[in-house]
Design a protein around this ligand. Structure first.
Ligand code: FES
Length: 165
């Protein structure tokens, strides 16, 4: 029966350092994302921002169209995910309404059906009228709205961080 020779002090010290290095790398792999997640809210701006979404003449009265803009609180590394959207409805010459894309039930993006004149949520069948009020399904209340203004012939909406309050 063979017996193992005891580790030399040098080898034992070397293996101890390797163990510490591997533990440090594993700790960093787990810890850095957790710290990033915890600090992310502090790095995001919560300021409301007016965003231009198009020239007033590019929207027809009585229509609802999707407009895109940059999220008012993107993280610096957000990339294309910083882009968000809203539904903009023109009710008259100077009358616009902007609805948040997200269903008030669980946040799925709603779709505008021009022929039906309704917003539909594909997730659980929520339905909204063209004015954003709930028509059917589980949504607890109307679509959130953004304030809208017209400046220098451009339509602007006041964006704020999701969820809109
Ligand atoms: S998320 Fe829209 S109905 Fe549930």
């Amino acid at each position: 029966m063979a017996t193992e020779a005891p580790l030399s002090p040098e080898r034992r010290a070397f293996l101890g350092k390797v163990s510490i290095a591997v533990s440090a790398v594993a700790g960093a792999l787990v810890g850095i994302p957790v710290v990033g997640f915890l600090l992310a809210p502090l790095l995001r701006s919560t300021a409301e921002t007016w965003r231009t979404v198009g020239k007033i003449d590019s929207f027809q009265v009585g229509t609802t169209v999707r407009v895109t803009f940059v999220d008012p609180s993107p993280l610096k590394w957000a990339g294309v995910t910083a882009k968000t959207a809203a539904w903009l409805r023109r009710n008259g010459e100077d009358q616009f309404v902007a609805f948040a894309m997200n269903c008030t039930h669980l946040g799925c993006p709603v779709h505008w059906l021009q022929d039906a004149g309704l917003f539909m949520c594909p997730c659980h069948g929520g339905v909204y009228y063209s004015d954003g009020q709930v028509a059917a399904g589980p949504p607890p209340h109307a679509l959130f709205k953004y304030p809208v203004r017209i400046r220098n012939g451009e339509v602007e909406i006041l964006t704020s961080a999701v969820p809109l309050g």
